[in-house]
Write a new protein. Structure first.
Length: 282
C-alpha cells in the first residue's frame, strides 16, 4: 500500500499551560518514532497564539528532530509582522509553511490586516523568500463554511495553488467521495499539486459533532446515529471511530491519495491505531 511518493504528517496545537506543553512534546516524541515527513503546528484566530506557535515549532523541529511547519495566517497581521516571522523561521532552518487566511477572532466581522486572502499570503511569502519554503495551502472538499458556493470555493483554491503553493492539506471529512470529487474538479482546472487528506480520529462524539458543525465537515447520519447509540460508552465510541476512519483511509490510499495528515489533538494513540491498522511504513 505504501509508495515512496506518499507522505504522512501529524498536526498539533500550541498549549496554554506548561503541563500541556510537556504532554505535547511527549506525544511528538512518540510519533517521531514513526518517521513522519513533517509535523505542523496551528496558529490561533487573529494570530492569538503567535509566540506559542513559534516556540512550539522551533522546539519540535530542533529538539524532537522532525521537520515542522508552522501555520501562518494573514488575518490581523501586517506585512511587517509577517515578514519578521518569515525571517525568523527561515533563520531557524524551517523549510515548510502552512499558509492560511486564518479564522477571524470572535466579534471581527471581516478580515483585517494588509492581506485579506490566502492567495495573497502565498504570493507574499514567495515575493519575500523565493523558493525557500515548501508552501501548503488548505483545501475544503465539502466547501469552506464561509464560501458563497462550491464553484466560488473551487475558484479560490485554484487561485491559491497558482499563487505558488506546492501542495495542499484538506479539512477533515468522513466521506471519501467528496475528496475524490474535489481532486477531480481541480485537476480538470489544471491544478496538479498533491492534495493530502486531513484525517480526524473519532474519540469524543459530542466534541466532534460541535466542531464538525462549526467547520462545515459533514458527519454522515449513519455514523452520527451509531455514535449517539453508544451514549457514554467511550470504549465503544473509540473502537467504532477507529474502524470507520481506518476503512476510509484505506479507500483513500487505494484511490490514489498522496498520503495522510492526522489531526492529533495532541494525542498519539488515536492516530497510531489507524496507522497500525493500515500497516503504514514506520
Amino acid at each position: 500500500m505504501s509508495s515512496p511518493e506518499r507522505r504522512y504528517s501529524f498536526e498539533f496545537f500550541p498549549t496554554k499551560t506548561e503541563a500541556g506543553h510537556e504532554k505535547l512534546l511527549a506525544t511528538a516524541r512518540q510519533l517521531a518514532g514513526y518517521n513522519p515527513d513533517f509535523f505542523s503546528c496551528t496558529y490561533g484566530a487573529g494570530g492569538s497564539t503567535r509566540d506559542r506557535t513559534l516556540n512550539t515549532v522551533l522546539q519540535l523541529d530542533g529538539e524532537v528532530k522532525v521537520p515542522t511547519a508552522p501555520h501562518l495566517s494573514c488575518v490581523g497581521d501586517s506585512k511587517a509582522e509577517l515578514r519578521e516571522l518569515l525571517n525568523l523561521y527561515k533563520d531557524n532552518g524551517i523549510q515548510r509553511i502552512v499558509a492560511l487566511r486564518g479564522d477571524l477572532p470572535s466579534g471581527m466581522g471581516m478580515a483585517s490586516g494588509e492581506l485579506r486572502h490566502a492567495n495573497e499570503l502565498v504570493e507574499f511569502i514567495r515575493a519575500e523568500t523565493g523558493e525557500h519554503f515548501h508552501i501548503e495551502i488548505a483545501a475544503y472538499p465539502e466547501m469552506h463554511p464561509q464560501a458563497r458556493n462550491f464553484e466560488d470555493d473551487i475558484a479560490n483554491f485554484v487561485r491559491k495553488a497558482r499563487a505558488g503553493a506546492n501542495s495542499a492539506i484538506t479539512q477533515y471529512f468522513f466521506n471519501a467521495d467528496c475528496y475524490f470529487y474535489f481532486v477531480e474538479r481541480v485537476r480538470k482546472l489544471g491544478v496538479d499539486i498533491p492534495v493530502v487528506p486531513g484525517i480526524m480520529p473519532i474519540t469524543n462524539y459530542s466534541k466532534l459533532a460541535r466542531f464538525s458543525d462549526a467547520c462545515g465537515a459533514e458527519l454522515p447520519r449513519w455514523v452520527r446515529k451509531q455514535l449517539e447509540a453508544y451514549g457514554d460508552d467511550v470504549d465503544s465510541i473509540q473502537a467504532y471511530g477507529e474502524q470507520v476512519i481506518s476503512e476510509m483511509c484505506e479507500r483513500l490510499l487505494q484511490g490514489g491519495a498522496p498520503g495522510l495528515h492526522f489531526y492529533t489533538l495532541n494525542q498519539a494513540a488515536p492516530s497510531l491505531a489507524i496507522w497500525n491498522n493500515l500497516q503504514l511504513p514506520r
